[in-house]
Design a protein around this ligand. Structure first.
Ligand code: CA
Length: 230
């Protein structure tokens, strides 16, 4: 059975390319141009996934997201938010309101399709649903070669990134302070600061995302540090 997806997007050109990419992957796409119409569609159909733009002529996709999360029968539907470039505040708000993933315009339709499929897989609607695996079994650390693979795919890590990720992996599930990560990856290099750690965690996340767009392996714990989640 095909997954049914609601696309709320007022830009016709974006909606067309997105719908085309998703339908080619076998999804059933219902398209709404307005928040009001999307609400009506949700009353008469059951959707497996929502793709919501933020800025719409009659309101915000964030309002719909809030309502979706607050209603018991729709609370668990995966939601991917779309937003215009640079709307950082929307991204943060979207994630706080419970969006599962986020894409900033302009994005490639292929990337959107890949993220949608990953979200459906995670929600158990995909045809190739993978069993839930712990981070430890997903990663393979080749210590001798200083290489780490995720889901069988070697990650293109720099030396520092390798050391950071290897350290996080060895202590998976524990929070590591920036100081501990600095010591692990940089040793006594006095040039490095907390910011250096943040910057490298950011590039590391991007590289993990390339392989597994649906999951964020590294969580930030404000004032404490970072954790590789298992
Ligand atoms: Ca818009």
């Amino acid at each position: 059975m095909s997954a049914r997806l609601l696309l709320l997007e007022d830009d016709p050109a974006i909606a067309r390319t997105v719908a085309y990419a998703l339908e080619r992957d076998g999804l059933l796409v219902t398209h709404s141009l307005l928040v009001h119409d999307a609400r009506q569609q949700m009353l008469s159909h059951r959707f497996d996934l929502l793709v919501l733009d933020v800025g719409l002529p009659d309101g915000s996709g964030l309002d719909l997201l809030r309502d979706v999360r607050n209603a018991a029968q729709t609370a668990a539907i995966p939601v991917l938010m779309l937003s215009a470039h640079g709307e950082e505040i929307d991204r943060v708000l979207g994630l706080e309101l419970g969006a599962d993933d986020y894409l900033t315009k302009p994005f490639s339709p292929r990337e959107l399709a890949a993220r949608v499929k990953a979200l459906l897989r995670r929600a158990g609607n995909g045809h190739t649903a993978a069993p839930a695996a712990s981070a430890a079994t997903l990663f393979h650390d080749d210590e001798a070669g200083q290489r780490i693979s995720l889901r069988g795919q070697p990650l293109p890590l720099t030396r520092r990134e390798y050391r950071l990720l290897a350290h996080l992996l060895r202590g998976a599930g524990r929070i590591h302070s920036r100081d501990a990560l600095l010591a692990a990856a940089w040793g006594d290099d006095s040039e490095s600061t907390d910011r250096t750690v943040d910057t490298h965690i950011k590039t590391l996340r991007a590289k993990l995302r390339e392989v597994d767009p649906a999951r964020d392996y590294i969580s930030t714990h404000r004032g404490m540090g970072y954790c590789l989640d298992v």
